[in-house]
Design a protein around this ligand. Structure first.
Ligand SMILES: [Zn+2]
Length: 422
């Protein structure tokens, strides 16, 4: 027998079975037993199994494959992993104050990792950060699969009216893409603490959003006043963030143009007020700004109720989570449903399939369906009847990997303890 044939046979008989075995152990299917599931698109799944293979949802229903790892989620409500389209994941407190540039970078990154873990444990398997340069390393480390955290998209450094002429903005958009940004973040208005009037000119917006679109990048635009939101919509930008003072005619225009709206009404302002002493005296966080934010809670709630009347308006789920808010991203859902009167199923679709579509990822995440990434969570309670169930996510799977699997009533227990203890 020629030597090469001996070698080929050796490979066939000895190496091939080994390779198959290794591949087989990676491919061991997972079965999730589900009594009640919400698919993210408005449908309810009942009394079935979800089969996960190779990090993706292989099928729903049928026989459980042999050798599967099984998770019993029968006492819980199962949904796709939730998406926060606006979370400043690297913002954090250090020594009881909002951390700044004087903090050692390694400590800053470890705090950011804390935030990523808290966010994932809360059931948020994808976030969009708009944005900071530090996001990139965190995003890439999470994507390598070593650090637990949500899938991350980042704009890197945002662009503002101070970034330069329309031509300069086009150049900066190209630069961001080169630097690895997933999308572009623009500031088209002042902050709510400063009244929210338009800052970028119509020409600047058209240049930035136009250039981004030609490169296949989405644009999300901080815009509080009706004029700034209208200008961004007419410039073809993808999403309007905050929009505290958006008027009915501008909502109608956004609905007609397919521009997404990201209201952020349930967490960011409340969190600022709860943590006032940790922000006060830094930048524009002064007494006047806090007085504005206190009044802002009712204003943004009112605007949200107005937005809900525009049935074709696509409302995404962003919280604008800053320091102190990470891991509490579900509070937005509770406020939208309890105080804003949003239909809970619509609010869940907002946090899953609609947000996924706004990120251009609706063929990968945001829905429980065959072929999708296995980003699946389960909560203790029924969010359609009790919005606070969103606080009790006890099972978290991202890309087919289980990151959290707690006893079903553990978070209910923890909440009761924190109420009874002084
Ligand atoms: Zn923000």
């Amino acid at each position: 027998m020629p030597r090469y044939l001996q070698f080929v046979l050796a490979v066939f008989f000895f190496v091939t079975p080994l390779l198959t075995e290794v591949a087989g152990s990676q491919e061991r299917p997972i079965v999730l037993k589900v009594a009640t599931g919400l698919d993210g698109k408005g449908q309810i799944i009942r009394n079935t199994i979800i089969v996960v293979e190779g990090g993706k949802i292989a099928r729903i229903g049928g026989e459980a494959p042999s050798g599967a790892i099984t998770y019993d989620l029968l006492s819980l409500t199962v949904t796709p992993g939730w998406i926060d389209t606006h979370a400043h994941i690297v913002w954090h407190f250090d020594n009881g104050r909002l951390a700044g540039k004087d903090e050692p970078p390694i400590r800053a990154m470890l705090h950011a990792v804390d935030n990523a873990i808290l966010t994932l444990s809360a059931g948020f398997t994808t976030i969009q950060s708009p944005g900071s340069a530090e996001d990139k390393d965190l995003r890439d480390a999470i994507a390598r699969g070593i650090i637990p955290g949500p899938r991350m998209l980042t704009s890197l450094e945002p662009l503002t009216d101070q970034s330069g002429s329309p031509e300069k903005l086009r150049e900066l958009v190209r630069e961001r893409k080169q630097q690895g940004a997933d999308f572009i973040k623009l500031f088209a208005s002042k902050s709510i603490r400063e009244g929210g009037t338009q800052t970028m000119t119509d020409e600047q917006l058209a240049a930035a959003c136009g250039e981004a679109k030609s490169l296949g990048l989405r644009t999300i635009v901080h815009a509080h006043s009706a004029e700034s939101a209208k200008a961004a919509t007419l410039a073809g930008c993808t999403t309007i963030e905050h929009g505290a003072y958006v008027s009915d005619d501008v909502f109608a225009l956004m609905a007609q143009r397919g521009t997404y709206y990201d209201p952020n009404i349930g967490l960011v302002l409340q969190n600022y007020l709860e943590n006032k002493e940790k922000f006060l005296g830094i930048g524009n966080y002064n007494e006047q700004g806090f007085a504005f934010m206190e009044k802002g809670i009712a204003i943004v709630l009112d605007t949200f109720k107005k937005a809900l009347k525009h049935k074709d308006l696509k409302i995404v789920y962003g919280t604008d989570a800053v320091a102190g808010a990470h891991g509490r991203n579900f509070e937005e859902f509770i406020v939208r449903v309890r105080d804003g009167g949003q239909d809970p199923m619509a609010a869940i679709m907002s946090a899953t399939s609609i947000s996924a579509a706004s990120l251009g990822l609706n063929d990968k995440i945001g829905t429980i369906a065959p072929g999708m990434e296995a980003d699946i969570i389960a909560m203790d309670g029924d969010p359609l009847h009790d919005p606070t169930a969103a606080r009790r996510v006890v099972f978290v799977m991202k890309g087919g990997k289980v990151y959290e699997n707690l006893p079903s009533d553990s978070k209910r227990h923890a909440a009761q303890l924190s109420v009874t203890q002084p």
